[in-house]
Design a protein around this ligand. Structure first.
Ligand code: SAM
Ligand code: SF4
Length: 327
């Protein structure tokens, strides 16, 4: 039966989490993600149409995917995004979630909840207006904060994702812990990674998980948790023995590849099985030439079998165009 199918890679890892980038466009220009000018956006005609995303998602789900994350670029800038989230929520998934920069969340929070989304990750690197502007090159902090509030009001589960950067937001690490405790949101710190537009960012801005934890431990009692859920690429900690937990993704200092359960589909239908790996087959092109489900499944199966054992970001950062892949 389809529901029992399992997608496994060549190292025996179960792949049950699909991240779909629905657009490479964005209303911010985060310095660690893309430059202000000169971004080579995917031509409109090459972007997956919603019907194509839904068709391909059905195929992935039939093969064993249990969780889908909608990401981008900025997913909320894509027209009629609630149509897509509603259609995806009809699939037999354990979880349908979205990652957004929060700029448009105030107007979308209710609709996302109604369309079947239960949890939203909001990327927010600074709660200081000046710093926010310098990181994102846009003046939209107030919109994001209103978006977070609207998501809470709508009853969406919330997690704040913070890319930690030396000399930028390192002084705000504990502010984020306080904010998350107060607002009862989840919280996750992410080590900055090199990417196509700026392979040097790590040398300039890297703030490792040990240092992030030390900053938090200076103000709070930090307790490591070893009950990391299957497929998780983060390490979890709690503050004291209370219910509040936060995570740290140390892609650089302590990669969690052995637990990775992810496959990614970019906005043009190209599959990627590792952030820093090569681009795989283009499923949109397969649909356009009328490929049958069985053929598409075989292609997905093959690329998943070839998923690398470990990422090679030290040599392959140039492969990663964040706004196309979706983080
Ligand atoms: N626009 C949405 C957002 O920012 O949440 C979704 C797409 S964005 C590419 C997904 C995630 O990737 C965000 O949390 C962002 O902070 C993270 N990201 C982008 N570039 C990064 C980098 N160089 N290192 C670490 N994380 C990065
Ligand atoms: Fe846009 Fe997200 Fe990239 Fe920032 S990280 S520029 S919000 S896609």
């Amino acid at each position: 039966m389809e529901e029992n199918r399992k997608l496994q890679d060549g190292f025996g890892r179960t792949i049950d989490y699909l991240r779909i980038s629905v657009t490479d466009r964005c209303n911010l220009r985060c310095t660690y993600c893309m430059p202000e000018e000169g971004v080579g956006f995917i031509p409109h005609e090459e972007i997956l149409r919603y019907e194509e995303i839904i068709r391909l998602s059905e195929i992935f789900v039939g093969m064993g995917i249990r969780k889908i994350r909608v990401t981008g670029g900025e997913p909320l800038v894509r027209k009629n995004i609630l149509f897509l989230t509603k259609e995806l929520s009809a699939l037999p998934l354990d979880e349908l979630v979205i990652t957004t920069n929060g700029v448009l969340l105030e107007q979308y929070a209710e609709g996302l909840k109604k369309s079947g989304i239960r949890r939203v990750n909001v990327s927010l690197d600074s709660m200081n207006e000046k710093t926010f502007r310098s990181v994102t090159r846009r003046d939209r902090l107030a919109d994001v904060m209103r978006g977070i509030e609207a998501a809470r009001q709508a009853g969406l589960g919330l997690k704040i994702n913070v890319v930690a950067m030396r000399g930028i937001n390192d002084a705000e690490v504990t502010d984020f812990v306080r904010f998350a405790l107060e607002k009862k949101t989840g919280l996750r710190f992410i080590e900055v990674m090199p990417q196509y537009y700026d392979e040097e960012i790590v040398r300039k801005r890297f703030l490792g998980s040990e240092e992030i934890l030390a900053k938090i431990a200076a103000e709070y009692e930090v307790v490591p948790k070893d009950d990391v859920s299957e497929g998780s690429v983060e390490r979890l900690y709690s503050i004291g023995d209370g219910g509040f937990r936060f995570g740290v993704i140390s892609a650089i200092s302590d990669p969690f590849c052995k637990n990775c359960n992810r496959v990614r589909m970019m906005a043009n239908g190209v599959v990627k099985t590792c952030l820093f790996g090569p681009e795989g087959p283009n499923l949109k092109r397969m649909l356009l030439r009328g490929a049958e489900r069985g053929e598409i499944e075989r292609v997905i199966q093959r690329v998943v079998m070839e998923k690398p054992k470990k990422h090679t970001l030290d040599t392959n950062a140039g492969n990663l165009i964040m706004n196309r892949v979706g983080g």
